[in-house]
Design a binder for this molecule. Sequence first.
Ligand code: PMP
Length: 305
Amino acid sequence: MINKTEKIWMDGKFVNWDDAKIHIMTHSLHYGLGAFEGIRCYNTPKGPAIFKLDEHVKRLFQTAHIFLMDIPFTEDEIKSAIINTVRINGLKECYIRPLVYIGYGAMGLYPKGNPINVAIAAWPWGAYLGEEGIEKGIRVKVSSFIRNHVNSNMSRGKVSGYYVNSQIAKKEAISCGYDEALLLDTEGYISEGSGENIFIVRNGVLKTTPLTSILEGITRDSIITIARDIKIDVKEERFTRDEIYIADEAFFTGTAAEVTPIRELDGRVIGDGKRGKITKKLQSIFFDIVKGRNKKYNSWITYVK
Ligand code: PMP
């Protein structure tokens, strides 16, 4: 059950959590076109700070742009609203969910004149794939479902309806006794997890999938930068599932999943079945940054004053 907080921002006003309701005929609820973000705020020595706020708000607006949704607020207004949502709820660490949706009005697939509504909720949410997963790694299964073709899901966008594909893959993985699903693209190459990007380490080189069928993950981009800064060679190129089977290390990245090691894929132990050395190093730098303990990357966090 979600840890509810006091207030949710809806179209410019704060409403009580229990009153943050919409009409059942809300367009996005039926047809799945909504743009959303997942953002984390961490407690730092200088109070709560939001990780990569600008990047997340930019991606929200880019999703809306791709899908011809006109957000009736500016990026700056949404950034302030996000900061205020964290502040008004007195949160130190939380997950933040901005959602842009097509509101109540006409039905059918061409909703001319329906409002574009925006809501922002924030609530405490721990490690998405478990604290133990962060330390010991998780077990993953290649899904029998594939990511939609790049011309079906335009993957630069983070769209509500895309997560039907993610949910069915995740349900399958869990029903088979795994923790998470890994989806292939339409050509059979590795794409991404149900809500995460993937990295592997082989012979000291870090590899991640190129930006074709995957979401342009903000954590992915942060890890690439961190790795290059500590002189780890990073390659963005296609790879197949068997390359993960024989990798030395593998891990998922995502706002919810943070940096979660993968210790097994399809019953094959990866490396020595534990969190790898490079994974641990990147994880530790990542957590220092988000928790405000690494000055060098201070520009990546926005303090909630
Ligand atoms: N891929 C998918 C499908 C996702 O849902 C997410 C989570 N937003 C990611 C990758 C990781 O993106 P980010 O690091 O920006 O959270």
